[in-house]
Design a protein around this ligand. Structure first.
Ligand code: F6R
Length: 618
């Protein structure tokens, strides 16, 4: 949420900042801006709208200089206007600041600044208050070393802040120098040759350097062209390891696809394979998950599992509940991370908590992880971003290895999460009552998935035709049972996010308890009804909708199509698979349906209205 990029080096900063912002645009895209220092003059350009608008502005009024900062915003405090776009300045106009996060006590800080007569603000943002506070403290500090003075001012200001921040700050009188700091919002230092970078996401700078230092909460970093120094908020100098970024700039290109979302949907045969690569033991008919950092004895002692996350990751957790209970018979609960972190859920000491997050930076999931660890529960992460805060702060976990996910609507990360949860169910199950025969059946089913996903992806044109047919509907209902109930929720979430149509997901049987009142000819119902143990029950519900003239799109397998012919208006046929891996296939046509309908409606698929990838605010 919000993207930050900073540069200090020998090249022109403007193209590097703009390039970084374009790569970060998926993190927030309602306004953008840069500040670049040339000599002792600080130039700024900012405007509401996309990076393309900023680029146009900068081509009309170019900025020169070899150090600067840039920001793409997802509004928290203050409307989407030119004035509220970052960077923001202190009262002297010499200190520029960009910020990702929320300053919760900004009003109290503003009141305090007003006492000093520092009360002229040009925006409605919490960020501008922080810029003024840093400037106010800077002016009061003594010392000839202006670099140390700026770092100390940043530290002193941040000590007064309640809230979250990832920031980059520069001063027009201090050449080739910037300061970064983080608490709760990610910040990475890119280490180059005679140039250094700051970014909220390493993807912004990976085209320039693959050497990175992932900053921790309460780190403050002073960045120069040829060196950097990391210290704590208290001023203690710290040592940090420089790590190699595991992907390249090539990996975050769209290639021939019109949208990242479509590219990522089509990557799923490979990402599903990568999620299980090296993690299956054919001899023992189980999964090998060394990253959990738990001995077999400890795994055997697990008496309860809690799965937590937000949005799509929460839907994966809901499938996980069915999986772990069915395969391992271990009581499993799903908790919204945003609720879990603030309530006192009764848990036994043998509870194992999993925080599921593609980005590994989602504020609520991170909050849930920290709360769970604070209370002494072993807490593991299921993350895609290996350098993320959740990955670093958990007691262990399993990486998705899905590669960067740029489309704002999560797709490939979801199926990777499902594979991993199946592996966890398999591992816990085989230590309990799951037989070798069952274990090997699940392994076979998992190994067959990449090819079956390829089959499902071949349906893209067929699904596109269905999407065209329903382009003028007022909404879509989604229904499923058992493992496919969470898929109904996920199908509805994808539909809402990128088409802006009203969409709801429900367990099929709930239909008659109220939802049936919505059924009408301009509201199609998508039934996820593979030919499994609850197929006939789904057919009953389909008939109920049909009787009330509701159009039906049925997603089915095996003999399902034959039985649904003449009942469903449209039938999407997918391969028949064991019920526990079925969601990994059934979700894909729903991703495609949402995608094609969104394209048909002319929506901005990769940057849907009001959304942003990686929600680092609460
Ligand atoms: C939906 C979507 C969001 C995320 C949610 C959690 O398409 O992208 O609902 O799933 O914000 O994000 P992560 O997995 O990064 O914690």
């Amino acid at each position: 949420m919000c993207g930050i990029v900073g540069y200090v080096g020998r090249s022109e900063a403007a193209p590097i900042l703009l390039d970084g912002l374009r790569r970060l645009e998926y993190r927030g895209y309602d306004s953008a801006g840069v500040a670049i220092v040339d000599g002792d003059h600080i130039g700024t350009r900012k405007c509401a709208g996309r990076i393309a608008s900023l680029a146009k502005l900068m081509s009309e009024k170019p900025l020169s200089g070899s150090y600067g900062i840039g920001h793409t915003r997802w509004a928290t405090h203050g409307k989407v206007t030119d004035e509220n776009a970052h960077p923001h300045f202190d009262a002297s106009g010499k200190i520029a600041l960009i910020h990702n996060g929320v300053i919760e006590n900004y009003q109290a800080l503003k009141d305090q600044l007003a006492v000093d007569g520092d009360d002229q603000f040009t925006s409605e943002t919490d960020t501008e208050v922080l810029a003024h506070l840093i400037g106010n403290i800077y002016r009061q500090l003594d010392g000839k070393d202006s670099k140390a003075r700026l770092v100390n001012a940043v530290r002193a200001a941040l000590k007064q802040v309640i809230g979250t921040y990832g920031i980059a700050v520069l001063h027009s009188d201090i050449p080739d120098f910037m300061v970064g700091a983080r608490r709760g919002s990610p910040l990475v230092l890119g280490v180059g040759k005679d140039e250094n970078f700051l970014a909220s996401d390493v993807g912004a700078i990976v085209a320039y350097t693959r050497d990175a230092v992932y900053l921790n909460d309460f780190d403050v970093v002073a960045v120069e062209r040829d060196k950097f120094e990391i210290s704590s908020l208290a001023g203690e100098i710290g040592d940090r390891q420089v790590s190699k970024v595991e992907f390249t700039a090539e990996d975050i290109k769209k290639g021939d696809y019109p949208h990242y979302m479509l590219k990522e949907i089509f990557e799923q045969p490979a990402t599903v394979r990568d999620a299980m690569r090296g993690r299956l033991s054919l001899e023992e008919c189980t999964a090998k998950l060394g990253g959990l950092n738990m001995t077999p004895a400890q795994l055997r002692e697990v008496g309860r599992v809690v799965l937590t996350g937000c949005g799509t990751a929460l839907h994966a957790a809901m499938v996980g509940e069915y999986l772990i209970e069915q395969l391992a018979n271990v009581p499993t609960e799903v908790e919204y991370a945003s609720e879990f972190r603030h309530r006192n859920t009764p848990m036994t000491p043998d509870t194992l908590v999993f925080a599921i997050s593609q980005s590994g930076e989602t504020a609520d999931t991170l909050g849930a992880l920290r709360e769970s660890r604070r209370k002494g529960y072993r807490t593991l992460g299921i993350c895609n971003n290996v350098a993320s805060t959740i990955a670093r702060e958990s007691d262990g976990g399993v990486y998705m290895h899905a590669g960067p996910e740029i489309g704002v609507a999560a797709t490939k990360s979801f199926t990777s999460q499902l594979v991993i949860l199946t592996l966890i169910g398999l591992l816990l199950g085989r230590m309990r009552s799951l037989s070798t025969a069952e274990g090997s059946r699940i392994i076979e089913a998992l190994e067959a998935l990449p090819k079956q996903i390829e089959e499902v992806l071949k349906l893209s044109d067929e699904i596109k035709a269905i999407a065209k047919k329903y382009a003028d509907v007022n909404g879509v209902l989604f229904f499923g049972r058992q493992f496919n109930f969470p898929i109904a929720l996920e199908g509805a979430l994808k539909m809402k996010e990128i088409t802006y149509l009203f969409a709801e997901g429900h367990p099929s049987a709930e239909l008659k308890h109220g939802i049936i009142a919505l059924v009408r000819p301009d509201l199609p119902s998508v039934f996820i009804a593979p030919d499994d143990g609850v197929f006939s029950k789904n057919v009953n519900n389909i008939e109920q909708v049909k009787a009330r003239k509701g159009p039906i799109i049925a997603l089915t397998s095996g003999n399902g199509a034959k039985k649904l012919k003449g009942i469903a208006n449209d039938i999407i046929e997918i391969p028949d698979v064991p019920d526990c891996v079925s969601p990994i296939l059934t979700v894909i046509p729903l991703q495609l349906l949402a995608y094609h309908l969104a394209v048909e409606l002319g929506r901005d698929v990769d940057k849907p209205r009001n959304l942003a990838k990686s929600v680092t605010v609460e």
